[in-house]
Design a protein around this ligand. Structure first.
Ligand code: NAD
Length: 284
């Protein structure tokens, strides 16, 4: 009999993972979403083989469960799944952009019958919804795995095998380290992008022409501000300590640049940009 993978959340990430699994595995793919429209669309687009009528129905029959919903909802779903009779040895994973709170919820709620392995495919888009899903979304991207308390090497191999159609590069990391690193490379830049858009919006009230001038560089640096507010609200709330640390660091950094400008210190300003340019160009 075919194995079954159950994907909860038929959005950009759940849809893309489903497509990547389907192109590589002989597996029955079942999807579920609280939005009947997204679920219907996923089935119509051939992203899944079957739409489950409830979380319980899909979860009970699954060999793998992939939670692809915003972080707060992932934690709620872990609680709900822990009350449903799941298959012995089921592997449960998630795709959330933060890992510590999700790992703690899995540790607290799941018993020995469940193997939880946290996951974060580190690629995406500012678009949402299953219509934006692509089988190749994660190609060559890092796919972080944070094995939970019951996971043994054979479980990790089984999950990597299920997900190998993503063509992502798997990397194991502790949830705490993940949240620290993702804070700098992903979460905090999102705040900066949104804040620049707010700055433009304020100016536009008195100088409406400014919006026409917001091309090139402004569009590049603010592209990610178009992403889902629900997803990003959850990311900030579930990586609060790291965000607060980064706010403090950023303020010190901005004060130092501000002082260079106040002093008209051309040499220091040049060195500041030069150092950033050299480091940026060396990034892999
Ligand atoms: P999305 O908005 O495209 O999709 C989320 C889907 O989850 C929606 O269809 C929504 O209806 C559904 N949903 C919400 N609550 C639910 C529930 N209780 N039960 C069933 N379905 C529910 O969002 P997305 O971009 O696919 O993000 C999903 C997860 O992936 C988030 O945790 C996010 O942190 C993570 N992630 C996103 C990106 C990105 O760039 N978008 C990248 C990596 C990881």
């Amino acid at each position: 009999m075919k194995r079954t993978a159950f994907v909860v959340g038929m959005g950009l990430i759940g849809g893309s993972i489903s497509l990547a699994i389907k192109r590589d595995q002989d597996i029955h793919l079942v999807g579920y979403d609280i939005s009947a429209e997204q679920l219907h669309m996923a089935k119509a687009l051939g992203v899944i083989d079957e739409a489950a009528s409830s979380l319980e129905e899909g979860a009970q029959a699954a060999d793998f469960i992939i939670l692809a919903v915003p972080v707060s909802k992932t934690i709620e779903l872990i609680e709900q799944l822990s009350t449903i009779p799941l298959k012995q040895g089921v592997i449960v994973t998630d795709v959330g952009s933060t890992k510590q709170d999700i790992a703690a919820a899995a540790d607290n709620h799941f018993g020995d019958n469940v193997c939880f392995i946290g996951g974060h495919p580190m690629a995406g888009s500012h678009k949402s919804g299953v219509e934006a899903a692509k089988a190749h979304l994660f190609e060559n991207a890092f796919y972080l795995l944070a094995p939970g308390k019951n996971s043994e090497p054979r479980h990790i191999i089984a999950l990597q095998n299920l997900l190998k159609g993503t063509k992502a590069r798997f990397l194991q990391m502790e949830p705490q380290q993940h949240d620290k690193l993702a804070g700098t490379v992903s979460h905090f830049p999102h705040i900066i992008a949104a804040s620049l858009v707010h700055q433009l919006k304020k100016l536009e009230k008195t100088d409406p022409e400014v919006a026409q001038l917001a091309a090139g560089g402004f569009r590049d640096i603010t592209r990610i501000a178009s992403a889902s507010p629900v997803m990003w609200r959850d990311v900030l709330l579930h990586n609060k300590e790291e965000m607060l640390r980064l706010f403090a660091e950023w303020q010190i950094e901005m004060d130092s640049v501000k002082e260079m400008v106040e002093r008209c210190d051309g040499k220091a300003i040049h060195a500041y940009f030069q150092e950033a340019k050299a480091f940026r160009e060396e990034l892999p």
